[in-house]
Structure formats: structure tokens, C-alpha cells
Design a protein around this ligand. Structure first.
Ligand SMILES: [Zn+2]
Length: 488
């Protein structure tokens, strides 16, 4: 038994070392571009005559020839969502044109020669955000024959699919940009992001964030193996949320049919066109096998330990960034994990619009932890090794990218970078400080952009202080009195 333990430990060590090396190779933080530090600044100047919009940020021009973009929620008489609008031809996505003006050596104007011009398919994206007045969009670049077209976007690696996110609920405008980039500093893959301004059919729409969607790409994004022909082997990406409208993507796994998980997993990659019923079933079985071992009495043993199946560091980092920001959809909704052939599961962060005290309800106050209750963490948190590593990692991050000094400087730099783009955004959306106040009680809604930024700073201060003092309480979940029937 003792020797088996030593061998198991050696295997884990070798796997961890080789995995970390590969991981650094692909996703080294040095490759992370923080647009606000490296791109054209607001004071760079321009010699135009000021007769049209002039911005240091990239400019995205969308032309639908006046046709409405599909994807608006359709409600029945009782205000229940019964579907989404489509094109006149009944399609989910509309063919349209996109131009991007993003050259680094000059400011940008609508009449400038575009750096990227393409056909595209576009629809409104999101869940609750589909109801917002300021829409977010899913964009797929296409060639004239309709096939997908991979293009570099504002310096981000070439891909055909992008999310054009319009901060609206987040009146600071910086939550997703900031936390995706901070996550990208210490986790594996986190979606890359670039601020830009959008014009739709000639009308200025305000500030947006061009965002990589979480999917696979050639040497970019999650970067896993494509389906291997004539086998059921493939890298795959799963989403835990409300399920997909494409039936072949939806899977039933152990935690569903044992009623431990009331949400739904669906396959995000491979794409539906590459899925067969057999491949979908094989992915469901592979993930189900992992869940069964995670929820078994020997989940932490040298024969079946969860650490053979998951990248422990990735799960710890995901837990910490979502707890630090009390981003409590994480683990329930918009939750992504992926695995390459022969690899381990890794987590990917997504959506910080409600993070740092921006939920409507007041119940999500900063003095507690929640992620340990989610389906992926419920068992991990019973293991002392996991919890101790998590606490150590927290202390380490608080000396670096999660320190208050680093985060305050980050916020200062991002706000300075946005410059007068903030004012332009609120020239369209400024009314929301009065007309859209979803947070309760009402006093939590910021009166202006400055207050929205201060709210994040205050929250980081309060949350950081509390977690510094209380992170050790997570040890209660792995204490012998609580887990003796599981742990040996
Ligand atoms: Zn100009």
C-alpha cells in the first residue's frame, strides 16, 4: 500500500510537471495583452477637424442595411419567454457586414479605411442581458460563400467567433475587462478582451468589449484536439447552464440523474456539425465516469483520486477568483470546463457583470463563501489537501495580482485609458443612472460612473479584508468530524 502511494505520488508529480510545462508554453501570462497598457492612449492626439467621431479606441461599424438583428426575446401574454426573434427567413442569425478600424498608429474615425472588413452572421446574445436596452451580440465572420472566416481581431488570435459585450448592468464598464485580464495573469486560459466603440447602422452605440468566446481554435482559446476521425476521441468543452437549444449538444450525466445537479450540462465543443449521437454519448459517458468517481467514497484514494482527473490548480484558481469577487453564478451557470484527449479537466471563467456587489439582491453580502456548495466543488472541499492548497494559493495571490494595491492601480490605469470614451458612452446611456436602477435597496445604485468605480474599490477592500481573516474557515468542510465516512 505504501509503495503504491509513493508510485501514485510520483505519477502525479510527473504529470503535474509535464502538464505545467505544456501549460506555460501555450498560455504563459507574458502573452496576455492588457490593452490599456500597450495600446494607443487617449492623449495621443489627432489632427482631424473634429467633424466626426474621433477615438483612440478601436471602432466597430456594423451594417445590417437597416434590418433588425434577431435574438430578441418573445414573450407571451403572461410575460413568459417563449422564444427569440429570427430573420425573415426563420434563421437565428442575420447576414450583415462588419468593419473594424483599429490601427495602432492613429486615432479612429468612421470614414477611415477599415483594418478588417468582412461579411458576418450576427444575433443578440446572453440570458438576462437580452432584455437590456443596450444589446450584446454574437458575431461569426464569414466568407462570401458563407463559410466561417478566421481573422485576427484588434490583435487577438485569429478566430471566426466573437462576443461583442456591451456593459450595461455594470455601470463601471470595466468588470469583465478587468477580471478576465486578472484571471489571465494567474490561471490557464481566460478569454482575451479589447475595449472598442460601436456604430450600428450609422448610430453610435457606446462602449463595448470585444471578447473571445470560450471555444476551441487553431493554437488559440482552449486549444484542445479536434475530433479524431473514425473514433470517439476528441478534446471537449462543457458548459453548465440551462442547456442548449440544439438537442445533440445536451447531455445527461451522473449528477443529473442522481439529482445532485439541477442545472444542465451541454457540449460547447466539438461544434454541433461535428457531433454524432455516438460522439455525444461518448463525451457524456467520459464526464459521467469522472463525476461518479468524484462522488464516491474513494474519491481521494490513490486508486481513484480526483487529482488524476482534474487540474487541481485550475479548480483552485477558479474557486478563488469567483469567491474574491463573489461572482456567484459561477459553479451554477455560465460555468465552463474542458479536457483534452488524455488530459485533465480545467475550468474557464466567464461573466463578471454581477461581480463585486452588483447583484440585484442584497443577500449576497461579502461575509461568506458559496462555491463549496456547487456541484463541481462539493466533494473537493471535503479533502484537506485541496483546501490547504487553496488557502496557500489565496495568500500567495494576495501578495500579487489580488493585492489591494495592484487592483487599485489596475482600476486607475483602465479608467485613465478609457478617457473620454466613458463620457461618449454615457451620452447615450447616461439616462440609466436614473431609469435603470436594478440594485436593491435603491441606494446601492451608483449615481454616476465615478461612484460605480468607487463601489468596486470599496468592495475589493472589504472582501479582501474579510477573506484574509476568514479563509481558514473553509477547513471546516474537510474536518474529520464532517467527512469521516468519506476520508480515510
Ligand atoms: Zn481624429
Amino acid at each position: 500500500m505504501k509503495y503504491r502511494l509513493i508510485i501514485a505520488a510520483a505519477v502525479v508529480f510527473v504529470l503535474t510537471v509535464s502538464f505545467s510545462a505544456a501549460h506555460l508554453d501555450q498560455e504563459s501570462p507574458e502573452r496576455r495583452v492588457h490593452q490599456h497598457l500597450t495600446s494607443r492612449q487617449p492623449d495621443a492626439g489627432c489632427d482631424c477637424d473634429g467633424s466626426e467621431l474621433c477615438t483612440h479606441l478601436p471602432l466597430v461599424i456594423i451594417d445590417t442595411a437597416g434590418t433588425d438583428i434577431p435574438g430578441q426575446p418573445i414573450l407571451d401574454a403572461d410575460n413568459h419567454e417563449i422564444g427569440f426573434t429570427t430573420t425573415a427567413q426563420g434563421e437565428e442569425m442575420l447576414s450583415a457586414k462588419i468593419s473594424v478600424i483599429s490601427a495602432e498608429d492613429r486615432n479612429h474615425h468612421p470614414s477611415d479605411q477599415p483594418d478588417l472588413e468582412s461579411d458576418m452572421l450576427i444575433r443578440i446574445r446572453g440570458n438576462s442581458s437580452r432584455y437590456f436596452e443596450k444589446k450584446s451580440y454574437l458575431v461569426r465572420l464569414t466568407d462570401e460563400d458563407g463559410s466561417y472566416r478566421n481573422e485576427e481581431m484588434m490583435g487577438m488570435a485569429p478566430h471566426y467567433e466573437w462576443a461583442l459585450h456591451g456593459p450595461y448592468l455594470d455601470k463601471s464598464l470595466i468588470r469583465n475587462y478587468m477580471w478576465y485580464n486578472i484571471a489571465g495573469e494567474f490561471m490557464g486560459y481566460a478569454p482575451n478582451v479589447r475595449f472598442c466603440e460601436v456604430i450600428l447602422n450609422g448610430e453610435y452605440q457606446g462602449l463595448y468589449v470585444m471578447t473571445e468566446t470560450i471555444t476551441n481554435g487553431e493554437d488559440c482559446r482552449i486549444n484542445v484536439s479536434e475530433p479524431v476521425e473514425n473514433t470517439n476521441q476528441t478534446g471537449y468543452l462543457l458548459r453548465l447552464d440551462r442547456g442548449s437549444s440544439t438537442p445533440i449538444k445536451n447531455i445527461q450525466t451522473f449528477t443529473n440523474y442522481s439529482y445532485r445537479n439541477m442545472q444542465k450540462y451541454n457540449i460547447q465543443y466539438p461544434r454541433s456539425g461535428d457531433l454524432t449521437p455516438e460522439l455525444t454519448a461518448a463525451i457524456a459517458q467520459d464526464f459521467s465516469d469522472f463525476e461518479k468517481s468524484l462522488y464516491s467514497y474513494d474519491y481521494d484514494t490513490d486508486d481513484y483520486g480526483y487529482y488524476y482527473d482534474i487540474d487541481v490548480q485550475s479548480f483552485i484558481d477558479y474557486f478563488l477568483i469567483n469567491e474574491f469577487t463573489t461572482n456567484y453564478d459561477a459553479g451554477w451557470l455560465s460555468t465552463y470546463l474542458y479536457k483534452d484527449i488524455g488530459g485533465k479537466y480545467k475550468m474557464v471563467i466567464w461573466d463578471f457583470n454581477s461581480a463585486c456587489d452588483n447583484y440585484e439582491q442584497t443577500t449576497l453580502e461579502p461575509h461568506h463563501f458559496e462555491t463549496q456548495l456547487t456541484v463541481l466543488y462539493y466533494m473537493l472541499i471535503k479533502d484537506e489537501y485541496f483546501v490547504e492548497r487553496l488557502i496557500d494559493r489565496y495568500r500567495e495571490l494576495r501578495e500579487g495580482v489580488l493585492s489591494e494595491a495592484y487592483l487599485n492601480q489596475y482600476i486607475d490605469d483602465v479608467v485613465a485609458y478609457l478617457g473620454d470614451a466613458v463620457e461618449r458612452n454615457f451620452s447615450v446611456w447616461g439616462h440609466t443612472f436614473e431609469t435603470y436602477r436594478p440594485l436593491s435597496p435603491d441606494s446601492r445604485n451608483p449615481a454616476d460612473h465615478e461612484e460605480a468605480i468607487e463601489q468596486i474599490r470599496d468592495y475589493i477592500h472589504e472582501r479582501g479584508d474579510w477573506m484574509d481573516e476568514h479563509i481558514d474557515i473553509l477547513l471546516q468542510y474537510c474536518h474529520e468530524s464532517k467527512v469521516k465516512k468519506f476520508n480515510h
